[in-house]
Ligand binder design. Sequence first.
Ligand code: ZN
Length: 98
Amino acid sequence: MTDDPLQDLVLDGNAVAGSLVDAFGEEMTATPGECASCGNVAPLAGLVAYTRGPGIVLRCPACTAVMIRIARTRQGIFVDVQGARGVAMPPAALRPIA
Ligand SMILES: [Zn+2]
C-alpha cells in the first residue's frame, strides 16, 4: 500500500499468470519478452500489469510502453503483442499447425 492510489493498482506479470496461460496455452511468466520500443528484455512476470480496465495491459518495466494487451470477450480471448518485438514461446507451446 502506498500514498498514491494509482500505484496500488499496479501489479506485475505474476498477477496475470492465469490469463497468460489462457492467452498462450502455456505457463509464460518465465518467458522472456523483448520490448519493441526500447529493446529491454524481461520475463513476462517482470512486466508491469494493469488489470482494472476492460482488459489486461502489460507494460515494459524500463520504458512503460505497452507490450501486450489481453482482452476476454464473448467471442474469445484477443491478444495484441504489437508492443513486443519478440516473445520466446516455451517449446511445449509449439505444436504443429493442423
Ligand atoms: Zn521498453
